[in-house]
Design a protein around this ligand. Structure first.
Ligand code: NAP
Length: 265
């Protein structure tokens, strides 16, 4: 049987059919979940609505995660439509483009830092607060997307690494708060995937090449790889897992040293 049958999930962060959130939505739909989608602005509404319709979803809503009013309205809409919620996927991040290039010290301003943390980390706290009453008495699951830059310095990732470190701490604090209610909170640390957000990071192609060269699996991860792991973490198959960051990165983060074939002597 499909392992998400009977579950209802809100997917936050679809921008295109290359978005990680869309890979997750497809896997969750395949496993029987009923889905609702948010879009960050009117421009994305036109892209998200047809994608939602293609997986049988008619519940779509505006949600800029920097707006408390829009967050409240989104959860009120879910309550009207479904009365409850089983899962929330948070796949949202943003930092001003000029902060995602060059030296960390030179390019990390107070403003960029505030914006990156607000959109990319605090938003998880806000969505968890909105979800809690709708997940009451259910085996709820909250899932976010993070990156290795939370725990290692990565060229050009800069302030986003700080925001992701905050996001990963957020996962652990939320897991402690919500665990007694039966709600689990986890993150997936995905390897690089070519998306709109990724295009904003200087040298992104070099990151893809590096992973393909040295990761144990010698390839980059796909939307399907991340989607399948996300569907599992949102399901009752993962009932004993919370506060965890699961690496879906072809094993890249586990390698201490690797010699590409052409470098052999
Ligand atoms: P994406 O397709 O560009 O998705 C990012 C989404 O965040 C977009 O829908 C974007 O909308 C949305 N967003 C930005 N600001 C927002 C706001 N204020 N309110 C609501 N939504 C907002 O890129 P993605 O790579 O799939 O990113 C999804 C998540 O995966 C992010 O957390 C990212 O850091 C993480 N991740 C990505 C990679 C990678 O290599 N791609 C690796 C590890 C982790 P707009 O387009 O309007 O800004």
């Amino acid at each position: 049987m499909a392992f998400l049958a009977g579950k209802r999930a809100l997917i936050v962060g679809v921008a295109t059919d290359r978005s990680i959130a869309w890979g997750i939505a497809q896997a969750m739909h395949r496993e029987g979940a009923e889905l609702a989608f948010s879009y960050a602005n009117d421009r994305l509404k036109e892209r998200v609505e047809p994608l939602a319709a293609s997986v049988g979803s008619r519940v779509t809503m505006p949600l800029d995660v920097t707006s408390d009013e829009q967050i409240d309205a989104a959860f009120e809409r879910i309550e009207r439509e479904w009365g409850h919620l089983d899962a929330v996927v948070h796949a949202v991040a943003y930092a001003p483009r000029e902060a995602l290039t060059g030296g960390f010290l030179e390019n990390t301003s107070r403003d960029a830092s505030r914006i990156a943390h607000d959109v990319s980390s605090y938003s998880l706290t806000a969505l968890a607060r909105g979800s809690r009453p709708l997940m009451q008495g259910r085996a709820g699951a909250i899932l976010t997307l993070t990156y290795l830059g939370a725990v290692r310095s990565i060229p050009n990732y800069n302030v986003m690494g700080l925001a992701k470190a905050s996001l990963e701490a957020n996962v652990r604090f939320l897991a402690a708060d919500l665990g007694p209610l039966g709600i689990r909170v986890n993150g997936i640390s995905a390897g690089p995937v070519k998306t709109l957000a990724a295009a904003g990071i200087t040298g992104f192609r070099r990151m893809l090449n590096r992973v393909a060269e040295v990761a144990p699996l010698r390839r980059n991860v796909t939307l399907e790889d991340v989607g399948n792991a996300a569907a599992f973490l949102c399901s009752d198959l993962a009932a004993g897992i919370t506060g965890e960051i699961l690496y879906v990165d072809s094993g890249f983060s586990t390698v201490g040293m690797s010699f590409p074939a052409e470098a052999e002597d």
